[in-house]
Design a protein around this ligand. Structure first.
Ligand SMILES: CC(C)(COP(=O)(O)OP(=O)(O)OC[C@H]1O[C@@H](n2cnc3c(N)ncnc32)[C@H](O)[C@@H]1OP(=O)(O)O)[C@@H](O)C(=O)NCCC(=O)NCCS
Length: 189
C-alpha cells in the first residue's frame, strides 16, 4: 500500500510513503540523523557493507545522509527510513539509488541488529523494488559481498539472480551482482 503525506522534510511538499503488513517506509530526512548515527556506529552492521566496511562516527554518518539526500528523487530513486508500522520504532534504511560509476539503479539497505532474522529486510526490499518498477525503472541491481549470505538471500528473495562475481577493493572478497528484468515476477517471500 502506498500513500502520500506531508513530508517532515522542509522544502519537499509531499512525498510518497510505503506501508507493508508490518512496516512503514518514509523518505529519509534530516531528522533521521540520530538513528543513522546509531546504526552506522555498529561494526556488525558495517561489516557486510560492500563500500566502507568500518563503523562510522557521527561526522561520517552526517556526510552519508547529506549525500543520500542530495540524490535527485527521479525515476524511483529514493532511500527510505524503515520503521515499525505500529510503533514508529526505527529498523533501518532501504532504497534505490544510482550505482556508483554506472547508470544502473541499485537496491541498498542496512538494518539494526534488533531487526535481523525477522524478514524485515526482505519485506522492505520487495516493497521498494515494486515501487521502483511502478515508477518506471526497467532494471534494478543489488550488490553484496560473497560472505554476506543474509544479504544475498534477501536479493534472491526479491527475485534477483546472480549475473557476475568480481573482486573488489575490500580485501580478497568478491561482489555478487544480481539483476532482474521487469518482465520477471517477484518471488513470494
Ligand atoms: C543483510 C541484512 C539486511 C539481512 O537482514 P535480515 O534481517 O537477516 O534479513 P531477513 O530476515 O529478511 O532474512 C533474509 C533471509 O536470509 C536468511 N539469513 C539471515 N541471516 C542469515 C545468515 N547470517 N546466514 C544465512 N542466512 C541468513 C534468512 O533466514 C532469510 O532467508 P529465509 O527467509 O529463506 O529463511 C542485515 O543483516 C543487515 O542489515 N546487515 C548489515 C548491513 C548489510 O550488510 N547490508 C547489505 C549490504 S550489501
Amino acid at each position: 500500500m502506498t500513500g502520500t503525506v506531508v513530508s517532515p522534510n522542509p522544502g519537499v511538499a509531499r512525498q510518497t510513503w510505503i506501508c507493508t503488513a508490518r512496516l512503514r517506509l518514509r523518505p529519509l530526512c534530516a531528522d533521521d540523523l540520530s538513528d543513522l548515527v546509531e546504526l552506522y556506529a555498529d561494526p556488525e552492521v558495517m561489516r557486510g557493507s560492500s563500500g566502507v566496511a568500518v563503523a562510522r562516527d557521527r561526522a561520517a554518518s552526517e556526510e552519508w545522509l547529506r549525500q543520500a539526500l542530495a540524490i535527485p528523487t527521479i525515476g524511483g530513486w529514493m532511500t527510505y527510513r524503515v520503521e515499525d508500522r505500529a510503533t514508529g520504532a526505527f529498523f533501518g534504511r532501504c532504497g534505490l539509488r544510482p550505482e556508483a560509476g554506472s547508470e544502473k539503479t541499485e537496491l541498498a539497505y542496512a538494518f539494526a541488529q534488533h531487526a535481523w532474522w525477522r524478514r524485515i529486510a526482505t519485506e522492505a526490499s520487495i516493497a521498494v523494488v515494486r515501487n521502483g518498477f511502478a515508477a518506471g525503472l526497467g532494471r534494478i541491481v543489488g550488490c553484496a559481498l560473497a560472505k554476506n549470505v543474509a544479504s544475498l538471500r534477501v536479493l534472491e528473495k526479491v527475485g534477483m539472480r546472480r549475473v557476475s562475481e568480481e573482486p573488489t577493493s575490500v580485501g580478497p572478497l568478491s561482489t555478487m551482482k544480481w539483476t532482474r528484468p521487469i518482465t520477471t515476477g517477484l518471488m513470494k517471500s
